[in-house]
Ligand binder design. Structure first.
Ligand code: AMP
Length: 278
């Protein structure tokens, strides 16, 4: 496995792989089993597996969140070596953005609701870094986790608009034994918040079994109450949405499908989760 920090080094390494299929997994590091599941899938489906580790400043709307974001590069490299990655790209900010990136994307509703509404500029930053990384790596397939359900919708639209001509492989979410969605940010949870965080998963499972039997509004109210029980967790939003448009809906529709998306404040840590309801 090659660990590379510069764009020129990356181009040289990729130049040696001409004609082979490239699977790409973009990450922000502090890797866990969720990330590794993406790398393993990419390993099965491609000749060459490229993983990037880059904490992208332009997608952080909160400077403290950027500063406190966990960083474990040595451990990440060991995990990737074991998972069979070929190239790990760990660039500095000036390698990814040699000039300031002032592009403004328009994704319609997709980046205006939920995470987009509560983290202004977040998805514009995601689109900047993902498009830049796609240009550098030129992958045939790229792997994203449905832990970040809205991000996948935005990246699909980005790929369509910029005509990247690559396949987006959507990978299932990996959870802790108690149901908490794996996330790099979980390491920042104070023990008291970590103890109650699985209430999010339990509320989603309960919502899934209630879907279609109570009104959408009632289901959302109940889920918020379940998550906030005990008074530590604070729901930022809990919405039942159309899985394709991400529109907040008020009715059940088995044919179009229905998805629950939730963001929760757990002390200083913001957690997200989602689940298909029908
Ligand atoms: P991040 O490092 O948080 O930017 O995530 C990098 C990629 O890993 C994204 O495609 C995420 O959706 C994916 N990912 C993060 N957490 C999980 C998880 N628990 N299960 C599956 N994929 C995940």
């Amino acid at each position: 496995m090659k660990t590379i920090g510069s764009v020129s080094g990356l181009q040289e390494a990729l130049g040696a792989e001409k004609g082979r299929s490239i699977g790409f997994v973009p990450t922000m590091g502090a890797l866990h089993a969720g990330h590794i599941s993406l790398v393993e899938r990419a390993r099965k489906e491609n000749d060459v597996v490229v993983v990037s580790i880059f904490v992208n400043p332009s997608q952080f709307n909160d400077p403290n969140d950027l500063l406190s974001y966990p960083r474990t590069p040595e451990q990440d490299v060991r995990m990737l070596e074991q998972a069979g990655a070929d190239i790990v790209f760990i660039p500095g900010v000036e390698e990814v953005y040699p000039e300031p990136d002032n592009r403004r994307f328009d994704f319609g509703l997709l980046d205006k609701v939920m995470e987009g509404a509560t983290r202004p500029g977040h998805f514009n930053g995601v689109a900047q870094v993902v498009s830049r990384l796609f240009e550098l790596v030129r992958p045939h397939r790229t792997y994203f986790g449905d832990k970040d359900f809205q991000q996948i919708a935005v990246v699909r639209e980005l790929v369509r608009q910029l005509r990247f001509g690559l396949e987006i492989v959507e990978c299932p979410m990996v959870r802790e034994g108690d149901g908490l969605a794996m996330s790099s940010r979980n390491a920042l949870l104070e023990p008291e918040y970590r103890a109650v965080a699985p209430q999010i998963y339990r509320a989603l499972v309960k919502a899934r079994s209630a879907a279609g039997t109570v009104s959408v509004g009632e289901l959302e109210r109940q889920a918020v109450e379940d998550i906030e029980a005990g008074g530590l967790l604070k729901v930022i939003y809990f919405y039942v949405v159309d899985p394709r448009t991400l529109e907040h809906v008020s009715d059940w529709d088995k044919r179009r499908g229905r998805h629950a998306c939730v963001a929760v404040q757990a002390g200083n840590v913001r957690l997200i989760d989602n689940m298909r309801l029908m």
